[in-house]
Design a protein around this ligand. Structure first.
Ligand code: OOG
Ligand code: NI
Length: 446
């Protein structure tokens, strides 16, 4: 019965390919960035045969330059909850709660992503999804107007809604339905030059915050960036200008390290794109960009606290080279070898028996460190699959123009977000902890 249906993994894979193709057409500069990333990845692999070997063994090479993530922004609870149902069909679930109001960005967010190992290996595509917090618009009348504009739109096609309902009834899609579903879902994320408002309304919303205009004034929730994975983010940042791409000032996240942690990101600045208003005025809108990311090991609560503390201590800068040097100095307090990260429980690892360890007796009483030194056990870093609120705020801000002022600080409201979503978000640290725990169980260590 079950294999009548196309798997969620394969629908997600098709969806991410369709999004990439659409976005390259819409934003040609993104295609240039993809080619640059592929080129740099190739050079890194050539210069570092052991890395190439490791990636080949982990079956990573083929997927190296496929997109890791994208981002969208929605305006209402109903839109968010529909997205949740639609992404579930692709095996993407809400993980994590990010409060960006602290950084003056009037949204809170989650990431829809695959959660189990096999799904992440097959295709890791995820979408950082933000919900606008209209309550942070200070002007009452404008707030009311924005919510009426949002209430009047449907960002999903009628057929998309039918297909989601069908999937919920029958428990899956056949091949034809899956293909049609991807096609219909794509419509929600397409760019529209035609706004749904007149130029005065656009201007008023944009004056509150450019992000508010971006969410409220269009008939859909256009994908605002996609992000491939690079093996050397510093190099791509340096090379971007030679390819006619203007990078944001600094690379977000931790510094370059021997053992990469969490996530480093940079992007190119959003383009000024022509738009038409309902009063037939023309204008421009600045929202869409391209980004790259480099991921490292996921941190435990303890490791994350240390990261947050050092990051706050380092502060921000405007010159990337200086900032990276300063970050490296400050982060010298963060152990930078796998053994220390493991022994001090700063990061998560997946344990496996080596061929030599296969028939050895391993029990909960065994000493992990000595099994590792005897070569009976191996510990592989678990890669961080989520996002960083400070980095995300930096990405948002670099695309909202430097004039964007700090906003009244909203309170984090996870509960309100979950109510809008219609479900609880998964706790990302718990997911990493479970992976480590089950690997230890398989080894006999628990
Ligand atoms: C999302 C920005 C956050 C990231 O990679 O941290 C993000 C947005 O601009 O909508 O994508
Ligand atoms: Ni991003």
């Amino acid at each position: 019965m079950e294999n009548r249906w196309v798997s969620a993994d394969s629908i997600r894979e098709r969806f991410s390919q369709a999004m990439s193709a659409m976005y390259q057409q819409e934003v040609p500069q993104y295609g240039t960035l993809l080619r640059l990333v592929a080129e740099v990845n190739q050079q890194v692999l050539q210069a570092d045969p052991p890395l190439a070997q490791r990636l080949t063994e982990a079956d990573e090479l083929a997927r190296l330059s496929v997109e890791r993530h994208g981002a969208i922004r929605v305006g209402t609870a109903a839109e968010l909850s529909m997205l949740r149902q639609l992404f579930a069909i692709m095996g993407m679930y809400p993980v994590g709660y990010y409060d960006l109001s602290q950084a003056g960005v009037p949204v809170h967010s989650t990431a829809f992503r695959p959660i189990d190992d096999a799904a992440l290996r097959r295709n890791p595509f995820r979408l950082f999804t933000s919900l606008l917090r209209l309550e942070l618009i200070e002007d009452q009348a404008l707030r009311q107007q924005a919510s009426e504009i949002l209430a009047a739109r449907d960002i999903f096609t009628a057929r998309c809604r039918q297909l989601v309902a069908l999937h919920q009834q029958q428990g899956g899609f056949d091949a034809q339905q899956a293909a049609e579903f991807v096609e219909q879902v794509l419509e929600t994320f397409r760019w529209h030059q035609q706004t749904t408002v007149d130029s005065a309304t656009y201007q008023a919303l944009s004056d509150q915050h450019r992000l508010i205009a971006d969410v409220v004034c269009f008939p859909g929730c256009h994908i605002n960036h996609l992000t491939p994975r690079t093996l050397d983010i510093d190099r791509v940042q340096t090379l971007m200008p030679q390819h006619g791409i203007t990078p944001k000032a600094i690379i977000e996240g931790p510094p370059r390290r021997a053992v990469p942690i969490l996530l480093r990101q940079t992007s190119f600045k959003a383009l000024n794109e022509p738009v038409r208003f309902r009063d037939s005025h023309q204008g421009t809108h600045t929202a869409r960009f391209g980004e790259i990311e480099q991921r490292g090991v996921a941190l435990t609560h303890k490791g994350r606290e240390l990261y947050d503390r050092l990051l706050a201590q380092a502060g921000s800068g405007s010159d990337n080279q200086q900032h990276q040097q300063h970050l490296s100095d400050v982060f010298s307090d963060f152990p930078d070898d796998e053994a220390s990260l493991r022994q001090q429980q700063l990061a998560w690892f997946e344990y496996r028996r080596t061929p030599a360890g296969e028939n050895q007796q391993i029990t909960p009483a065994s000493d992990i460190e000595s099994l590792l030194t005897q070569g009976l056990l191996k510990a592989d870093p678990i890669i961080y699959e989520d996002f960083l609120p400070v980095s995300a705020a930096g990405i948002f801000q670099s695309n909202l123009g430097s004039e964007s002022k700090a906003r009244s600080q909203g309170q984090a409201s996870r509960q309100q977000f979950e109510q809008a979503l219609g479900a609880q978000v998964y706790d990302e640290i718990e997911l990493y902890a479970q992976r480590e725990r089950s690997s230890k169980l398989r080894c006999g260590l628990l």
